[in-house]
Design a binder for this molecule. Structure first.
Ligand code: NDP
Length: 686
C-alpha cells in the first residue's frame, strides 16, 4: 500500500515502522498508510525557523500578500486534481467546494487585506503615536514584528484544505513558517495541496512542512517564539494544551474544539412567516452539509414550545427527502462520514444522548439505511438524525456531547429568557443563529448570549437573501469561541495575523520612532527641500519630506463665497446674531473651507507625478478659524506603500500618506489630518 510521504527539511520522506491506514470513506478500501517513525521531526523545527523563517521575516507585508495571491491563483488552476482526491473522503462536490475553494478564497482575502492595510515593511506600527509628555518629545507606539519560531498547525480531518489554508494565510502574512500536521483520516487531501504548494515554487523553502502521521516528541523541542494551533476534539486539545513545555516556555496555544452550536427560533415566528421556512432550511443544510462533520454545524435547535410540533414536522419532512449515497451519483445530497471509526463514534454519542434524556425522532441507526450508488455498510454512511430532548434543563448531555455527524437535538422554551439560558448552557460555542423578525428580540438575545459565542447570525427575510449562512466561517470575521469551543480565535481579518506576531511598546523621541517605524510622526525632524514634494516621484520622496506653505488670511468674502458655492449656510458661518450666541461667539469659517483652502496652499498645480488624491483620514478641527485669521499649512510625507503594477498598461505607482497640519497666526493647530495620494513610480514591475 502506498505510504503518504511527509515533507520535512526540504525533502519528501517516507517513515518506517508501524503505520496507520487511511480508508476510502465510501468503500472502506485501505488507500494509504502513514507513519513518521524515523523521520527527522525535531530537525523540522529549526529548519522551519531558520530556512523559511529567515526569508519570510525579511519579506515585507506587501510581498507576503502578493505571495498569497499568486499561490491562490496557482491552486485554483489545479483545483480539479484536489476535487478528485477529496472525493475519497465521502464529500459531495459542494462539500469539497467549501474545503478547496473556500480555503483558496481565504488566501485571496488575506492577500487583499495586506494590499489595502499593511505597510511595505517588516514592522507593523499597530496604532498611531501615543503622546506621553507635555513638550511632545517623549512618545510611544505599539509595533508588531514577526515571531522567529515556527507555527505548528494540528488540524482536524473535516476540512483538510480549508483548515490548513485558513491558518497558513495569517501565519505567512505575519512572516512565520508553518508545519502542518493534518488529521490522519484525510491527510491525503492536505498532502495533495501541499505538493501543489511546494511544486509551485511560490513559497520560500522552509515556509511549509508537512507531517503525515504523529508528531513524536516535537512538543518537547518547541520554543518560546513558536506557536501551536489545534483543531479537533476537546479531549486531545486539552491533553496537548497541558503539555509542560507550553507552560514552561509560554508558548501560545490556540484551540478550536467541540462546540454545541445552537439555532434559536424567535418567539415571534409562526409557520406563516417566511422566517419559519428559513429556519427549517438552515437547520437542514447545517445537519447535512459535510454530513454534519462541521465544527460550526447546528447541534441544538431551540424553539418556542408553541411551535415545537410545527418545527418537528417540517424538519422530519425535509430530512426524509435527503438522498444519501455516493456523491458521484446524480441527485445525492449527502455523502458519508470520513470512516468507520467516526461512524462508530457518532453512533456511540447518539446512543449516549438517547440514554440521557433524548428521544430519536428520525435516523439514529445505520440498520436498513437507504443508500444510493454505494454499499451502506462498507461506506461510512450515517442518516440525518433528529433527536428531541423534553427536559433540556435537567439533561446536560445535550449541551455537552457533540455527535460529529448529521445529528441535532430539538428542545423547546417558553420565554425568551429561557431560550437565552439554553443557548448559554452550551458552555461556549463557535456560532449561534437567531431567526427572528423582531428587532427587540434580537437586541435582547444578542446582548445576553454574545458572551458565550464567537459569532452570531441574525437571520430574517431581509438578511436571508444574501446570507452566507450559519456554518460558514468568513476570513474577515472571528472564528473561534469561548469555553467548550476552545477559547481560541482564528480568522477575524488582521486580528488573525497578530496571533503570530510579537507586540512591543516602543518609547522614545518622535525622530527616533520615525526612524524605527519608517513612518513620520508629529514632532519628528522634517526634511526641507526646495523641490515641491508633489514634483517628486514615489522613489524620490523621503519620509519626513516637508513643505511649509505660504499664508492666507481668511476674509468675510471667503465665508460668503464658500457658503454660496457649497450651499452650506449654517448659522455659525453666516448668521452674525446666531454665531454671536454660539460656542464661537462670532462667525467662523466652514471646516470644509479650511480643508479646501489648505489644499489650495499645498498643491502644486502643474502636471506631475501625483496621480490622484483618494482620501482623507483622521480629520479633526481643533480650533475655530475666524474672519481675519491667517492660516498656513505644513505638509509632510508620513508613509509610503509601494503598489504592485497589475498590468503593463497601468502606471506604476504607490500610495503616499501625507500629514497635514493647518496653523493659525499664533502657531496653534486649527486642523489636523492625513491625505492619501497615488504617486507615480519611475520604475515599473514589468
Ligand atoms: P482528534 O482530536 O483525535 O484529532 C485532531 C488532530 O489532533 C488530528 O490531527 C490528530 O492527528 C491530532 N492528534 C491526536 N492526538 C495527538 C497527539 N497526541 N499529539 C499531537 N497531535 C494529536 O480529533 P479527530 O479528528 O479524530 O475527531 C474526533 C472528534 O473531534 C470528532 O468526532 C469531533 O467530535 C471532534 N472534532 C471537532 C472539531 C471542531 O472543530 N469542533 C473538528 C474535528 C473534530 P491524527 O489524526 O493523526 O490522530
Amino acid at each position: 500500500m502506498q505510504q503518504l510521504k511527509s515533507y520535512i527539511t526540504g525533502k519528501w520522506l517516507y517513515g518506517e515502522g508501524e503505520a496507520r491506514k487511511i480508508y476510502h470513506a465510501l468503500t472502506e478500501e485501505a488507500l494509504y498508510e502513514v507513519t513518521t517513525e524515523g523521520l527527522p521531526l525535531i530537525d523540522s523545527l529549526d529548519y522551519g525557523r531558520q530556512k523559511g523563517g529567515d526569508v519570510l521575516a525579511a519579506m515585507t507585508f506587501q510581498q507576503r500578500g502578493q505571495m498569497l495571491k499568486s499561490l491562490a491563483k496557482h491552486l485554483l488552476e489545479n483545483k480539479a486534481y484536489l476535487y478528485d482526491i477529496s472525493a475519497q473522503t465521502g464529500a459531495t462536490k459542494a462539500d469539497s467546494w467549501v474545503d478547496i475553494e473556500g480555503g483558496i478564497a481565504t488566501l485571496f482575502s488575506f492577500s487583499g487585506l495586506a494590499n489595502r492595510e499593511l505597510p511595505d515593511d517588516t514592522i507593523w506600527p499597530e496604532d498611531e503615536m501615543i503622546p506621553l509628555s507635555k513638550q511632545g518629545q517623549f512618545i510611544a507606539r505599539h509595533i508588531l514584528t514577526s515571531r522567529r519560531g515556527v507555527a505548528l498547525h494540528i488540524n482536524a480531518f473535516n476540512f483538510p484544505c480549508w483548515g490548513m489554508l485558513e491558518k497558513i494565510a495569517p501565519t505567512w502574512l505575519a512572516g512565520m513558517p508553518a508545519i502542518i500536521k493534518p488529521a490522519t483520516a484525510s491527510a491525503q487531501v492536505t498532502q495533495a495541496m501541499v505538493c501543489l504548494i511546494v511544486e509551485s515554487g511560490i513559497v520560500p523553502e522552509g515556509a511549509i512542512q508537512l507531517i503525515c502521521g504523529g508528531v513524536g516528541d516535537m512538543f518537547e523541542h518547541l520554543d518560546y517564539e513558536d506557536v501551536v494551533t489545534f483543531t479537533g476534539s476537546a479531549e486531545t486539545g486539552h491533553k496537548l494544551k497541558s503539555h509542560p513545555r507550553l507552560r514552561e516556555k509560554s508558548i501560545p496555544f490556540t484551540m478550536e474544539a467541540d462546540s454545541l452550536n445552537c439555532a434559536i427560533l424567535g418567539i415571534d415566528i409562526t409557520p406563516e412567516q417566511p422566517e419559519f421556512s428559513l429556519f427549517i432550511k438552515e437547520i437542514t443544510r447545517e445537519m447535512t452539509a459535510k454530513a454534519g462533520q462541521k465544527c460550526t454545524a447546528i447541534r441544538r435547535i431551540i424553539v418556542p414550545e408553541s411551535q415545537l410540533d410545527s418545527v418537528k414536522h417540517a424538519l422530519l419532512k425535509r430530512l426524509s427527502g435527503v438522498t444519501i449515497g455516493n456523491p458521484a451519483v446524480e441527485g445525492v445530497r449527502m455523502g458519508s462520514l470520513i470512516n468507520q471509526e467516526q461512524r462508530a463514534d457518532v453512533q456511540d454519542k447518539v446512543s449516549f444522548l438517547q440514554q440521557n434524556g433524548c428521544e430519536i425522532l428520525c435516523g439514529g441507526t445505520t440498520k436498513d439505511l437507504d443508500v444510493i450508488g454505494a454499499d451502506s455498510q462498507k461506506g461510512a454512511f450515517y442518516p440525518p438524525t433528529l433527536l428531541y430532548c423534553a427536559d433540556p434543563y435537567i439533561h446536560r448531555a445535550v449541551h455537552e456531547i457533540e455527535a460529529f455527524g448529521p445529528v441535532a437535538t430539538l428542545m423547546s422554551y417558553q420565554t425568551t429568557e429561557q431560550a437565552i439560558e439554553l443557548a448559554i448552557m452550551g458552555g461556549g460555542s463557535l456560532v449561534g443563529t437567531l431567526v427572528t423578525a423582531d428587532a427587540l428580540i434580537a437586541q435582547e438575545v444578542i446582548r445576553k448570549t454574545a458572551r458565550a459565542h464567537g459569532r452570531i447570525l441574525i437571520l430574517n427575510e431581509a438578511s436571508a437573501v444574501e446570507s452566507t449562512g450559519h456554518g460558514s466561517p468568513l476570513p474577515l470575521l472571528v472564528h473561534g469561541g469561548p469555553g467548550r469551543a476552545g477559547g481560541g480565535e482564528e480568522l477575524g481579518g488582521l486580528r488573525a495575523v497578530k496571533h503570530y506576531m510579537q507586540r512591543t511598546a516602543i518609547q522614545g523621541s518622535p525622530s527616533m520612532l520615525t526612524s524605527v517605524t519608517k513612518q513620520w510622526v508629529r514632532g519628528a525632524d522634517v526634511i526641507e527641500d526646495p523641490v515641491h514634494p508633489f514634483r517628486k516621484y514615489f522613489e524620490d520622496l523621503l519620509i519626513g519630506d516637508t513643505l511649509l506653505t505660504a499664508r492666507r488670511t481668511v476674509t468675510e468674502a471667503d465665508l460668503v463665497n464658500f457658503a454660496c458655492l457649497s450651499g452650506d449656510h449654517f448659522y455659525a458661518h453666516m448668521d452674525k446674531i446666531g454665531a454671536a450666541q454660539s460656542l464661537f461667539g462670532e462667525r467662523v469659517a466652514h471646516g470644509y473651507f479650511v480643508v479646501s483652502a489648505a489644499a489650495g496652499l499645498f498643491v502644486d498645480a502643474a502636471v506631475g507625478p501625483v496621480i490622484a488624491n483618494y482620501g482623507m483620514e483622521n480629520l479633526r478641527f481643533i480650533e475655530p478659524v475666524k474672519i481675519g485669521d491667517t492660516i498656513q499649512v505644513r505638509l509632510t510625507c508620513k508613509k509610503k506603500i509601494k503598489k504592485t503594477q497589475k498590468t503593463i498598461e497601468d502606471k506604476p505607482n504607490g500610495v503616499v500618506e501625507w500629514d497635514v497640519q493647518v496653523f493659525n497666526q499664533e502657531d496653534i493647530a486649527v486642523a489636523l489630518y492625513s491625505i492619501l495620494t497615488l504617486v507615480e513610480r519611475r520604475e515599473g514591475d514589468f
